[in-house]
Design a protein around this ligand. Structure first.
Ligand code: IDP
Ligand code: MG
Length: 156
């Protein structure tokens, strides 16, 4: 099982899309194992987006991400990182395919509603930035016996 960091960005919170976006993750069969509403400060935004520091859009990105509360989620499932990226859609709302979160709910290239870790290394780093030990909660869901085929001994 993989755990990934999802951020519902300030535009998602301001546009009251939090419930509908989380529902898409849950509908897919993913499990929410951590969740909180919080404000990102400049230092945290800088650490989270350190790889983008030299990009022209970086100052605007930090301003956007610190402008209003976000909802951060730890989301778990088999292949959760790739599955979440696919559900999110391409970076730019203007280009994201219909049926994806970014494709269905937005048109902006910068206000694109959702962040998802893009690799296991990024997920480990980002979960550590946003969740303290104990804030990610392990629990089993009996319904997962119908989400995954476990008859072979391990989920698939
Ligand atoms: P991702 O969120 O799909 O992984 P990244 O390239 O990692 O995309 O960029 C991080 C965030 O920076 C994007 O989600 C978007 O909010 C913003 N961003 C990326 N490229 C641009 C751009 O060309 N103009 C404005 N904002 C951008
Ligand atoms: Mg990225």
């Amino acid at each position: 099982m993989e755990t990934t960091l999802i951020i519902l960005k300030p535009d998602a919170v301001q546009r009251s899309l939090v419930g509908r976006i989380i529902a898409r993750l849950e509908d897919k069969g993913l499990q929410v194992v951590g969740m909180k509403l919080m404000r990102i400060d400049e230092a945290l935004a800088a650490r989270h987006y350190a790889d983008h520091r030299q990009k022209p859009f970086y100052p605007g990105l930090v301003r956007f991400m610190t402008s209003s509360p976000v909802v951060v989620l730890a989301v778990r499932g088999l292949g959760a990182i790739t599955i979440c990226r696919n559900l999110m859609g391409a970076t730019f709302g203007s280009k994201a395919a219909a049926g994806t979160i970014r494709g269905d709910f937005g048109v902006s290239n910068s206000f694109n509603l959702i962040h998802g870790s893009d690799s296991p290394e990024a997920a480990a780093k980002e979960l550590g930035l946003f969740f303290a030990p104990g804030e990610v909660v392990d629990y089993s869901r009996p319904g997962d016996a119908w989400v995954y085929d476990t008859t072979g001994g391990r989920p698939e």
